[in-house]
Structures are given as C-alpha cells and as structure tokens.
Write a protein that binds this ligand. Structure first.
Ligand code: AQP
Length: 325
C-alpha cells in the first residue's frame, strides 16, 4: 500500500480550492493508501499572530476534516507542532539547502508581490520546513493542488542534497495532482482561489456568507437573453465539480439556449453547494460540541506519527553524527 502525506494550514476557514485541490482527495485516498495528514500550525505562524485565534483555528480545521470524512482509525491525523522533529529536521535540511533554491520559490515572491510588508524569514524558509514535513514520513505521494508543485520539487531537491552529502536516507516523494481539481480559480475569475486574495467560497460558512460569496463570482457582460458558453463561466465550472453529468447537461443547455442570466446560474450553484455539504455541516455541528474528542484524536495521531518520525530522525542523527555511540 502506498503511503501519502499532506497538510493544511490552520490559517483560516477552508475554501473550495482547499477542498477540491486537496481535502477531498485526501479523504478518498484513505480507502487504498496509508495516509498521514497534518495540521500545519507552524506554517500558520507566518500569518496568524493571535494565540487565541491560533488555538481555535487548529481545532476548527480538525473539525472540518473530521466532518468531511477523515477517519482517524484509517489516517494518522496530527498537529505539526506536537512533533518537534519537524523543526529539528527543518534546521538540519536548511544546512544543505542552497539559498538560490529558496530565492526561486513562487510562494514567497507571490506573498511579497501581494504587498506583504516585512515578510519574515519563516516565510522565506517555508519550503525547508515543508520538505521536513514530507521527508520525515518517507511518503510515496504528496497529494496537493498545483500551487504546491514547486514546493514538492524543492523538497525533492533538498532530499537529494542531503542524500548526496550524507548517504541515502530519503526516498524522493512524487507530487500527486489530479488534473481536474489542480487549480481552482477564485470568485474574481482571475487568480487562484486563496485566502490572501479574498476571492474564496467557504463551504462551511453560514448560509448568508456563502450566498454573498457565490453571488460575487465575476462573470462577463453577455446580456441575459443571449446564449452563453458554459465552458467559459466560473459559475458553471464550479457547479460541474458537484453535479451529476445529467445536471451538468441541463445547466449547460440553459446557458446555450439564452434567456438565462448568470444570477440564475449562481442560485443553482448555491443550492447545489448547500445540498452537497449538508451532511458534512450536520456532522460539523455534532463534532463542535465535543472538543475533548478532537483533542484526543490529535493527541493519538501525534503518538502514531512520532513512531515514524523518530525512526527517520534516528537515521538522520546517525548519518550526520549528531548522536553519541
Ligand atoms: N485554489 C486552489 N486550487 C487547488 N488547490 C488549492 N489549494 C489551496 N488553494 C487551492 C490546496 O489546498 C491545500 C492546503 O493549502 P494550504 O494550507 O497551504 O492553504 P493555502 O494554499 O495557504 O491556501 P490559500 O487560501 O492559498 O492561503 P494563502 O492565501 O495564505 O496562500 C494545498 O494542497 C493546496 O495546494
């Protein structure tokens, strides 16, 4: 059975980009993979600076995953900061990582291009911590959205650097990026759906917020009575992820026929999202009333993760001479 490893930051409410690009795949892969999924709270520290907010966001994202169907008996589900091994390996890897590798990383360039004032060193070295997150567990595959592809390539480069310097420890992980959900466009129709662009649809938001976000999807100015091309419409594209082939055809026919406005299409999308996520919303409410259970799941997950992480760190210490005999 192949091993997968992936994570999500506890930096805000998850959106359809996170769900379609990552969370949905993680949950589906539980049936035929050995899964490790973690909450990347150390990464979230680069943007979240309020301890109360941090604590609550960690629990919230855990609840989201469990509500969506993550099964802690099948998946090792844990919190990154519960394992100091992540930070320890990140430091060791940073000592073999060429500076130029990080200077080429898109995420850092994007964050500064978006106007982030005084980006931190942590944001710059983020790909090294991410390499440690991955390599500690020696996964075969890392299922992520397309935006993370470069970070996986950096992790592979860092693994090779380490192996070439000290001898083979890390197998090179492959990204797993299914085409159909690799890159979800935001409600602005321009950029990747992303918290920092504020162009998100938060599927667990209250109905009023969800409606506002769906209604804000940017469409072109084709008049209501004219035929429209569903393939060029962000509303239709999002609908297609959740609708059956028959439902997709029915909506596509309405677009092509004309006399049907984008506002009507948005209402259909909203109804579909509410219907699709209804059972998960219900489960979410149940989980919220038992925070003790959430904490236990994460604590037990950390115990299981530590067994694997400790084994890798023992090899790393042996190879680097950071152990006494
Ligand atoms: N728009 C997207 N399309 C496909 N996949 C996406 N992912 C995120 N946005 C899209 C995938 O979600 C997983 C979790 O990523 P994260 O925790 O690093 O979240 P993020 O990428 O930081 O989310 P944002 O909203 O994009 O945050 P900001 O704005 O802070 O950068 C990853 O597998 C990612 O590929």
């Amino acid at each position: 059975m192949k091993r997968i490893l992936s994570g999500i930051q506890s930096s805000g409410t998850p959106h359809l980009g996170n769900y379609l690009g990552a969370m949905k795949n993680h949950i589906e892969m539980q049936k035929d993979h050995e899964c490790f999924i973690f909450i990347a709270d150390l990464h979230a520290l680069t943007t979240v600076r309020d301890p109360e907010k941090m604590r609550s966001m960690i629990r919230e994202i855990a609840i989201d995953y469990l509500a969506l169907g993550l099964d802690p008996d099948k998946t090792v589900f844990f919190r990154q900061s519960d394992l100091p091994e992540h930070s320890e390996l990140a430091w060791i890897l940073s000592t073999v990582t060429p500076l130029g590798l990080l200077e080429r990383a898109h995420a850092f360039k994007d964050a500064t291009a978006k106007g982030m004032k005084e980006p931190s060193t942590g944001l710059f070295t983020y790909p090294v911590l991410m390499a440690a997150d991955i390599l500690l567990y020696k996964p075969d595959l890392v299922p992520v959205g397309k935006d993370q592809k470069q970070h996986i390539e950096i992790a592979r480069d860092i693994a090779e650097k380490f192996n070439n310097t000290y001898g083979e420890v890390f197998p090179l992980p492959d990204p797993y990026i299914p085409d159909q959900s690799a890159y979800i466009i935001g409600t602005d129709g321009k950029h990747k759906m992303s918290k920092s662009y504020g162009n998100v649809i938060e599927f667990f938001a209250d109905e009023k917020t969800l409606k506002k976000q769906v209604m804000s999807i940017v469409t072109d100015s084709t008049p209501m009575q004219d035929p429209k091309d569903p393939a060029k419409c962000a509303v239709y594209k999002l609908y297609a992820y959740f609708a059956t082939p028959e439902e997709q055809k029915t909506l596509a026919d309405k677009y092509k026929k004309g006399g049907f406005g984008y506002g009507d299409a948005k209402k259909i999308l909203l109804a579909k999202l509410l219907e699709y996520f209804a059972p998960y919303r219900q489960k979410r409410i149940e989980l919220q009333s038992d925070l003790g259970y959430i904490d236990t799941v994460l604590r037990e997950g950390a115990k299981k993760a530590r067994k694997v992480a400790n084994k890798t760190m023992a090899e790393v210490r042996e190879k680097t001479g950071l152990n006494f005999k």
